[in-house]
Design a protein around this ligand. Structure first.
Ligand code: OSB
Ligand code: MG
Length: 365
């Protein structure tokens, strides 16, 4: 396969509900869509879902745009490959920049599975027909507003609720949600906001029957995560710490957590995400798919990935309507009774709505 044409578009969409984590808030997102076309005319779409600022990872929309345009696009146009993993190896000449690489790797998988006439999910090794959907709720201005959010998401059928926490917004709000919704599977995500000596907060959270505590400490604090996991019954889940398979090897060796959030963007694409899944599976570590508020293209990739056997916990793959009044795909991702259907048609299973995409495109190369 040789790619003859690469198109990059910066696309903006407003969120229906402001989202605040320990590190940043967002109301509007700007993601980069990647379209590749090969010599036979086959097309693949991918999405670079970086936040605008360097607060989740070091990447930004600007850095992704520059790296995609100046480095990844020429690599993709110069490569000949038979399988997406071969292209991923070429893209890996670029160090780091995982969000940017993920958009191209995703497009390659979409094109390759469409060409072979198989669904992306099956191409990745997935077999589930539907995946369990969880929902991720940001830090709200008040506990009452948080409770109202939880109530409506539980009523919509979501099978697990994740609450963002930060110093000053942790035990109190989580305890309030726990007592108002005693039967709802809950988990918390700190996005690395706590210093390594903050064990007291986590000891208290440990008594609240949470499914997991996600990324309490800074990304590279493997030893601190291992020390915390040793004193908690609640599983520690790693997100920001695991940028590649080597990080997962480190985490497993150090016992730095018991659960893995596999995030396509953070790992640099579907190729690496599947490898992380496979390694976790061999180690008996349950995984779930994290999200970055993806538009319909990236969301479709997350759904396909979540159909792999190791994804035994609900993923952050909510319906498009949780994020956007109108998504950029002709059909939005929908969550019904807490499940999202895995498409069985060849390829990604979602097409961009080109008129709406064009309306929302602010730059293109
Ligand atoms: O840690 O998973 C995270 C959003 C922005 C930055 C980091 C994270 C998140 C989410 C969103 O939790 C999950 C989703 O896409 O629904
Ligand atoms: Mg997280």
């Amino acid at each position: 396969i040789r790619i003859r044409h690469v198109e990059l578009r910066r696309v903006r969409l407003p969120l229906v509900h402001r989202f605040q984590t320990s590190s940043h808030a967002k109301r509007e997102l700007e993601h980069i869509l990647v379209k590749i076309i090969d010599g036979s005319g086959a097309v693949g779409w991918g999405e670079i879902a970086s936040p605008s600022g360097p607060f989740y990872s070091a990447e930004t929309v600007e850095s992704c745009w520059a790296v995609a345009r100046d480095h990844l696009k020429p690599l993709v146009l110069g490569a000949a490959w038979e399988h997406p993993a071969e292209l991923a190896a070429v893209l890996a000449k670029v160090r780091g920049n995982h969000f940017a690489r993920a958009g191209f790797d995703m497009a390659a998988w979409a094109l390759w599975s469409a060409r072979r006439g198989v669904a992306l999910a099956a191409a990745l090794g997935g077999s589930r027909e539907r995946v369990e959907a969880g929902v991720s709720l940001g830090i709200e201005p008040s506990v009452d507003e948080l409770l109202a959010q939880v109530e409506s998401r539980v009523a919509e059928g979501y099978r697990r609720v994740k609450l963002k926490i930060a110093p000053g917004w942790d035990v109190g709000p989580v305890r309030a949600v726990r007592s108002a919704f005693p039967g709802v599977p809950l988990h918390v995500d700190a996005n690395g906001a706590y210093p390594p000596d903050a064990a007291d907060v986590f000891r208290e959270l440990d008594t609240l029957g949470l499914r997991m505590i996600e990324q309490p400490f800074a990304p590279r604090a493997f030893v601190a995560h291992a020390a915390l996991q040793e004193i908690l019954d609640t599983p520690v889940c790693l997100d920001e710490s695991i940028e590649d398979v080597e990080d997962l090897v480190t985490a497993l060796r150090l016992k730095a957590g018991r659960i893995l959030n596999v995030k396509v963007s953070r790992m640099g694409g579907l190729t690496a995400a599947v490898r992380a899944h496979d390694l976790a599976w061999d180690a008996g570590m349950p995984v779930w798919c994290g999200g970055m508020h993806e538009f319909g293209i990236g969301r479709a990739a997350n759904v396909a990935l979540s159909s792999l056997p190791g994804f035994t916990l609900p993923s952050d793959v909510s319906g498009s309507d949780k994020y956007y009044a109108r998504d950029i795909t002709t059909a939005p991702v929908v969550c019904e009774s807490g499940f999202v259907t895995v498409p069985s048609v060849p390829g990604l299973g979602r097409e961009p709505d080109l008129d709406f995409l064009t309306e929302r495109t602010i730059a293109q190369v």
